[in-house]
Design a protein around this ligand. Sequence first.
Ligand code: ATP
Ligand code: MG
Length: 155
Amino acid sequence: EPIDIPRMLESIRQRLEQLAERNEVSFIMDTKPAMVMGVARLLDELAYNLASNAIRYNLPGGTVTLGCGMDEAGRPYIQVIDTGIGIAPEEQQKVFERFYRVDKSRSKARGGTGLGLAIVKHAAVFHGASIDLASELGMGTCITVTFPVQQFPAM
Ligand code: ATP
Ligand code: MG
């Protein structure tokens, strides 16, 4: 079914508002029109897991930007940017593995099981999307999920 991505991100913002307040993190919405033919529950889990990580691995006073739109090639994308603790280069591939958590002692205080990004990857692969991760320790993280060019059934 066709999924309205800006609307989905707005719903995620509402569901995570309390967690964001507890962590003293504020949302920035940067949504432009984007539609993806897909499975609503999987896309919701994908964006929800990225957004909740962006809150939990942030710092007080930080921001989480929920973005979406179409790139130059006409491909829809979802982008989550945070101003948090960042992920070291040697960890950047491993975090997508099931149960992998960076520095168990550090991240224990922040809860979690290490499944979130494995779910993100599964949902991306299912939709034929690619994941790009850019991160710098102490600066923040930007994860972009880019979907193939979409074709919608004629109405
Ligand atoms: P959960 O299953 O509750 O999501 P989790 O958050 O530990 O647990 P993942 O979402 O898979 O698991 O993330 C894996 C690890 O990657 C995290 O434990 C954390 O160390 C690191 N990580 C994920 N997102 C970020 C981020 N935005 N900034 C910094 N580190 C991150
Ligand atoms: Mg997580």
